[in-house]
Ligand binder design. Structure first.
Ligand SMILES: Cc1ncc(COP(=O)(O)O)c(C=O)c1O
Length: 491
């Protein structure tokens, strides 16, 4: 019933107006946006001239889209694909968000270019707003340094830690993801990302994350008393556990890199008290906490920073993605004054040509104003609760196969298993992922596709990051499309 209501209410998603707008891209009715090239031709050229080194060929053949709006991507036939991942949470505020798009256009007309060595107002305002937010929230003064992508901001944070502590080794979590530059790869757990690139002398020491659905110790969160954190703390019992010099009272490690909710690791949500314990252990050993908010920051989990759900103050926060809603990316770090004071981190300590570009900072400023004006905590938590209730219902309809669902705000997960409810079923996930992108699902007589992203330690988790603009009707549609995919693919 809800789906029917959705179909009737929604006049634009699949409408002739939209279709004709999409097809305006060229004279050829199958033109792929602006280039006047057929999908087939495009794929042939891509095979010949594009490197396969990125993630495009995770799907064969790769998928081409020509338009986007709100929660939807559109293929060249005008078929809407409901996107439940929103560019890995970079486009959290909806595709073609009007307010943010207008901010970008205004800056294109006013100050579209400026070397980052000179100042412009938006850069300073964005830095000030982020630092003021952190000061209000954590009671700690700090400064902001910008860069372009998430990985580069991680690199900057590594510089800060090395500079301040004199140490180049870090702790990081198994299942953690911090990017694919060499420095970020060294603290990212997956060996697959490092294997072909030689020796990483600064490889992090990886620690078990509190992934309670698959507790490595076979314990239950209700009764474990955070046993996994205890195991970490025991590393510092004596020098022979390899990380601590008791005489010098010094650890070999400068910082612990955390994601409050693991992103690529499968939207794993730890017990609420976990990070307080971890912080106490790290504080005792003078190990900094670097909080990677690149995927979960800016309200994905219902709080401005995901770490606010867990009651600790990090020493450094790294951000990116949603700050510009995927328009003209900028990323950055916020750090406690002591770590980033100009005496310690003087001019030239880091730089990138495009680091605080005028277009990105203009959008970022508009994003921050928007976050101040609307109650995103309420909005995201309400929408997330509705979606999660739907996922729990879906789980009850596919017992075992959906081994676990969970969510914090609009960061939601579906862990897909064999009938026993635990053995990861990667094949089923791959089939569902590919079927969703065929665009031939049908609801109320209309064709749809579903865009999903796959994560998790066993690549058996759908990590859902829907747009914050998602409506109840669209959520109902998402649940219906998911149910169809599970039915179709489990055979
Ligand atoms: C938690 C986290 N850290 C770092 C990165 C790397 O960011 P980027 O891909 O912009 O380099 C990502 C990207 O997905 C991420 O999710």
């Amino acid at each position: 019933m809800q789906i029917l209501r959705f179909a009737q209410n929604d006049r634009f998603v699949n409408s002739p107006e939209r279709l004709s707008r999409i097809l305006r891209g060229g004279t050829n009715p199958l033109a792929v946006s602006g280039t006047n090239m057929r999908t087939e031709e495009l794929l042939q050229l891509e095979r010949k001239y594009c490197s396969f080194g990125d993630t495009v060929h995770y799907l064969e053949p790769p998928k081409v889209f020509v338009d986007c709006e709100g929660s939807y991507l559109y293929d060249e036939h005008g078929t809407p694909y409901l996107d439940l991942q929103m560019w890995y949470s970079a486009a959290s505020f909806g595709y073609k968000n009007r307010r943010l798009g207008e901010a970008l256009k205004r800056q294109v007309d006013r100050l579209p270019q400026l070397a980052c060595q000179y100042l412009h107002a938006e850069k300073v305002e964005v830095a000030a707003r982020i630092a003021q937010y952190c000061e209000k929230r954590f009671g700690v003064k700090g400064r902001v340094q910008f860069n372009v992508g998430g990985s580069q901001a991680i690199e900057d944070s590594l510089k800060l830690v090395r500079n301040y502590t004199g140490k180049s080794l870090m702790f990081a979590f198994m299942g953690g993801y911090h990017g694919r530059t060499l420095g970020a790869s060294a603290i990212t757990s997956s060996y697959r990302y490092r294997r072909r690139y030689g020796h990483f002398g600064d490889r992090a020491q990886f620690v078990f994350y509190p992934y309670c659905f698959r507790c490595i110790y076979g314990l239950k969160p209700e009764t474990c008393n955070l046993y996994c954190e205890d195991q970490f703390a025991h590393l510092f019992d004596n020098e022979y556990h390899g990380v601590w010099d008791a005489r010098a009272q010094s650890a070999e490690y400068g910082a612990f890199y955390i994601e409050a909710v693991q992103g690529t690791g499968g939207y794993v949500i730890p017990p609420r008290s976990y990070f307080q314990r971890l912080k106490e252990t790290c504080d005792r050993r003078k190990i900094l906490i670097v909080d990677d908010e690149i995927q979960m920051g800016f309200y994905r989990t219902g709080k401005f920073w995901a770490i606010e759900n867990f009651g600790i103050t990090p020493d450094i926060i790294v951000f990116g993605k949603a700050l510009t809603n995927g328009l003209n990316p900028i990323s950055g770090i916020w750090a406690r004054e002591e770590l980033i004071t100009p005496e310690l981190f003087p001019p030239g300590s880091t730089h990138s040509t495009f680091s605080s570009n005028t277009l990105g900072t203009a959008v970022a400023l508009e994003t921050l104003k928007m976050l101040e004006e609307e109650d995103y905590e309420k909005l995201v938590n309400e929408k997330g609760a509705y979606f999660l209730a739907g996922l729990k219902d879906l789980q009850s309809r596919f017992p075992g196969i959906i081994g676990n669902v969970d969510g914090l705000g609009l960061a939601l997960r579906i862990e897909v298993c064999k009938e026993d409810g635990l053995t990861p079923d990667r094949d089923l996930v791959d089939r569902i992922f590919a079927e969703g992108l065929k665009g031939d699902l049908e609801v109320a007589g209309r064709k749809y596709g579903l865009v999903l992203d796959v994560g998790g330690y066993y690549k058996n988790v759908f990590t859902l990051a829907p747009s914050f603009t998602i409506t109840r009707e669209e959520t109902d549609l998402a649940l219906e499309l998911l149910a169809q995919l599970f039915r179709r693919c489990r055979a």
